[in-house]
Design a protein around this ligand. Structure first.
Ligand SMILES: Cc1cc2nc3c(=O)[nH]c(=O)nc-3n(C[C@H](O)[C@H](O)[C@H](O)COP(=O)(O)OP(=O)(O)OC[C@H]3O[C@@H](n4cnc5c(N)ncnc54)[C@H](O)[C@@H]3O)c2cc1C
Length: 484
């Protein structure tokens, strides 16, 4: 057995897609090297500690991590599902949506409960609600790999790719108040419904109605578990390694070079970061011209300020939901709300010790500091961020008056933190997701993975990583994964 030469694969980017793809290939006999520019792996799914308090940097709600769906089943296949501690969000109020009139909507999980709840609130829309959800579930279930099904073509879905979510919703729903409630789905891709494709709306709403989970005591446990799979199979995960050159000739990549001069050779390379960076570090032509142009021109305007709040002990109750507070934004394409979550520390928390507040932002709001880097942005930037944070805390305090007194201290990240940390263009939360870039590039041994291939989040990343691994392995894995 030991005489058989292992194929080598070098993965650039130690975010979830790089780690999932690495773990899948390692399990299938490849010798994997993952190169990550930051000191910590995980990319957009990370957590950090201040003292003994844990904060999550991204991915507060993981939708669709349930038996029979891809992200759960891939973790089971890789043998890590028992290591990861997740807490199912409150099934009676997975989302709490506050309205301007101080009333709250508490959306439950499950198709029937969700439908019944909305019909109770809007009995005059009974037929529309049912027809909308029929459509959402029908289209949502055509994302075959999410449901561990072999891929088929769905010609009838094409119109939903060009229709906006707002158009789809208004086809069935006439009450503006109900349309306004459904705006919350835009947060899953960072759009208002008018700017969100109907296809994505159907996929995301299906996933969320089926149920979401949150990491207990920090999200980084999943990145660590995947890293262990790679290392146990003889692979390497190198932190502090930023790739600045991808070199090759004759349509083949030979080696990549890090900013400190180290270089890595491999038979196969996988790019697991934003494709826009690849275009700047690789001199070869990677994609067809039209794809290259789409990558260069693609702008996802959705950035956020994240306010990490350390809370005083026993001052603010733990809420096992995502909470949406109305707040108008001057940018019409952004969600008109802010969101907060309290981070679970155990499965039975009564009190919250930390809270993350997400405030939608447009990258241009950061114009004075766009040319600056971490640590050199000056006092005005700090004052600007603090003003945004205090405004958000005041807005939330209208609905949760106990918050103002509960805060011990805050830290604020902006889109510039996201840009400089993960390399997401325009500090966008979801990178260049949904570009549907091809996994196979024009270069024989260079493959793509990550949220730009399919969609963001745990389910999107797991799907992409399986697809990339299958193409490299030259065989399907989905049946094995489904049976794990
Ligand atoms: C603030 C925020 C909140 C979010 N909330 C949610 C949520 O609630 N639910 C949800 O499902 N999703 C959420 N997301 C999105 C989710 O985090 C991402 O979709 C997912 O983590 C993307 O994984 P990825 O591996 O494709 O990309 P990334 O996580 O961006 O990973 C790319 C990795 O490549 C590294 N890298 C970049 N350039 C180089 C280089 N030159 N050399 C080496 N390494 C490099 C980066 O440091 C990074 O670690 C959120 C994201 C953010 C930022």
């Amino acid at each position: 057995m030991s005489d058989i030469k292992q194929h080598t694969v070098c993965i650039i980017g130690g975010g979830m897609s790089g780690l999932f793809t690495g773990a899948l290939l390692a399990k299938n006999g490849y010798k994997v090297t993952v190169l990550e520019k930051n000191h910590i792996i995980g990319g957009g799914l990370q957590s950090f500690r201040r003292g003994d308090v844990v904060f999550n940097t991204g991915m507060q709600a993981c939708a669709g991590y349930i038996s029979g769906m891809i992200s759960y089943q891939v973790c089971k296949y890789l043998g890590v599902s028992n290591e990861i501690k997740l807490l199912a969000t409150d099934s009676q109020k997975q989302e709490i949506i506050w309205l301007n009139n101080n009333k709250s909507i508490c959306l439950p999980k499950g198709r029937d409960a969700y439908q019944t709840y909305l019909v109770q609130l809007f009995p005059h829309e009974e037929n529309g609600i049912k027809e909308l959800l029929d459509c959402v579930f029908r289209v949502g279930h055509t994302f075959d790999y999410l449901f561990l099904q072999p891929i088929q073509r769905y010609e009838e879905n094409v119109p939903y790719a060009y229709m906006s979510a707002d158009e789809l919703v208004r086809k069935y729903i006439h009450d503006d108040n109900l349309v306004a409630i459904l705006e919350y789905v835009g947060w899953t891709t960072g759009h208002c419904l008018k700017a969100m494709p109907a296809l994505e709306f159907c996929m995301m709403l299906t996933l969320y109605i089926l149920g979401s989970h949150r990491f207990v005591n920090g999200a980084k446990q999943l990145a660590d578990a995947l890293c262990n799979v790679i290392e146990q199979k003889g692979g390497i995960v190198e932190n502090d390694t930023e790739i600045c050159e991808v070199n090759g000739e004759d349509g083949n990549i030979d080696y990549v070079v890090a900013t400190d001069g180290r270089r890595w050779e491999s038979e196969i390379f996988v790019w697991a970061c934003t494709p826009k960076i690849l275009l700047t570090v690789c001199r070869e032509q990677v994609f067809r011209k039209s794809m290259t142009q789409r990558i260069q021109e693609y702008i996802n305007p959705f950035s956020v300020f994240v306010v990490f709040c350390h809370l005083k002990k026993e001052k603010f109750k733990f809420i096992n939901s995502s909470v949406y507070i109305p707040k108008s934004s001057k940018h019409p394409n952004l969600p008109q709300s802010i969101v907060f979550v309290t981070t679970p520390r155990s499965e039975s928390d009564q009190w919250a010790e930390s809270m993350e507040i997400y405030i939608p932002a447009n990258y241009e709001d950061l114009a004075p500091w766009i040319a600056t880097h971490v640590g050199e942005r000056g006092d005005e930037y700090e004052i600007f961020k603090e003003r945004i944070a205090l405004e958000a805390i005041n807005t939330i305090s209208v609905y949760y008056p106990e918050l103002s007194d509960a805060i011990l201290n805050i830290n604020v990240a902006s889109g510039l933190t996201i840009r400089d940390y993960y390399g997401n263009p325009n500090g966008s939360c979801y990178g260049q997701q949904g570009l549907y870039i091809p996994i196979k590039t024009k270069l024989k041994n260079l493959y793509m993975t990550g949220q730009a291939v399919q969609s963001q989040g745990l389910a999107g990343i797991a799907t992409t990583s399986v697809l990339t691994s299958e193409i490299i392995l030259g065989r399907t894995l989905i049946e094995e994964i489904a049976q794990a």
